[in-house]
Design a protein around this ligand. Structure first.
Ligand SMILES: [Ca+2]
Ligand SMILES: [Ca+2]
Length: 335
């Protein structure tokens, strides 16, 4: 072989090695999430709150974080009680059977739609998602060809572990149907009674932790001192301004459910009725009355404490597109 040609070949060889090494280094820098919570903690740092998900990543990389093909396996692991990173399947909490009084149990400052107070019996255990359904979970549905291919706006706040927003009641229902198909289990939106039972988690106070609004910032992202909005709760700061917080950023209720107060309003199955006269007492959804309006519960990052109360009821059109305050969580039915 000619010596000059040999040197060129040698340099090309060295350059190829250099390019290969650089590509490897670059590629290994693309963070992906595994199903190991310890690994994920290491990737994200100890503080999973606020801006830690890599928003700068491309859409392809971000959607690759959830392994749609492993849905069934993750679900089985959760049924066995293993703690796995929720990934594409919402992490669920089993809600015990029981009885509670639904509505304005204090008898003070009652809204017309919070009375008559009525006793509800939950005689079948169900599971409820520990957190509001996240953008990562929604996007997994889209990647899998579900959820109508709809990619809701995140308002520029980031996706990942923030709750999905800008979803209609029909969108939320569609997600639960996809999750049911994908896992072979039965998921749906909560009934309004199930939601209030789960939110109260045994309490009869305004909030699941008591009545003191200065404590709300430990439990809920809401219109607090961190916002520049009028009528905000000036008695405390929850650390998040006029936007959603990543799910699970605050303290849970005694059932282990997070963000039942605040962050995003949550769709439930029920049609909206102007009073509880004639409401079911067995925990089932009320699907008669004004079914153009569907009930929303729990308040959001954008509203003041009164709307975060366990008993407060709101509603929006079934034909609407949702907005930056509205998300949902799901329940899983056994048997
Ligand atoms: Ca806030
Ligand atoms: Ca909420």
């Amino acid at each position: 072989m000619d010596k000059g040609f040999g040197m060129v070949f040698f340099h090309l060889f060295v350059f190829s090695i250099f390019v290969y090494v650089m590509l490897y280094v670059f590629d290994s820098d693309l963070v992906t999430y595994s199903n190991d919570p310890i690994e994920n903690s290491a990737l994200l740092g100890d503080d999973l709150k606020e801006e830690t998900l890599p928003e700068a990543k491309s859409e392809k990389e971000r959607l690759g974080e959830v392994d749609v093909g492993r849905l069934d396996e993750q679900d089985e692991l959760k049924d066995k009680g293993a703690h796995v990173f929720s990934g594409a399947v919402p992490e669920m909490v089993v809600i015990p059977v029981g009885r509670f009084r639904m509505g304005c149990v204090s008898g003070k400052d009652c809204s017309p739609d919070e009375v008559p107070v009525h006793e509800v019996t939950i005689d079948q255990p169900f599971a409820m998602s520990k957190y509001e359904v996240t953008f990562a979970q929604w996007d997994a549905c889209v990647v899998d060809g579900g959820c109508g291919g709809y990619k809701p706006s995140d308002q520029g706040w980031g996706r990942g572990n923030r709750p999905v927003i800008n979803v209609s009641w029909k969108d939320a229902t569609g997600y639960a149907e996809w999750l049911s198909r994908k896992t072979g289990k039965r998921y749906r939106l909560p009934s309004e009674a199930e939601w209030e039972y789960a939110a109260r988690s045994g309490s009869t106070t305004k909030y699941h932790f008591g009545d003191d609004e200065s404590q709300l910032c430990r439990y809920a992202n809401h219109r607090d001192r961190s916002t520049n909005l009028s009528f905000s709760n000036e008695s405390c700061s929850d650390g998040v301004g006029e936007r959603t917080a990543e799910v699970g950023s605050y303290q849970p209720n005694s059932f282990g459910l997070y963000d039942m107060h605040g962050n995003v309003w949550e769709w439930v199955q029920d049609c909206y009725n102007w009073s509880y006269a004639g409401a079911p007492s067995d925990g089932s959804a009320w699907i008669s009355g004004d079914c153009d309006g569907r009930v929303l519960r729990g308040g959001s990052h954008y509203v003041e404490p009164i709307y975060l109360r366990s008993r407060w009821r709101s509603a929006a059109s079934i034909d609407g597109d949702g907005d930056f305050e509205i998300g949902f969580r799901v329940v899983k039915v056994f048997g």
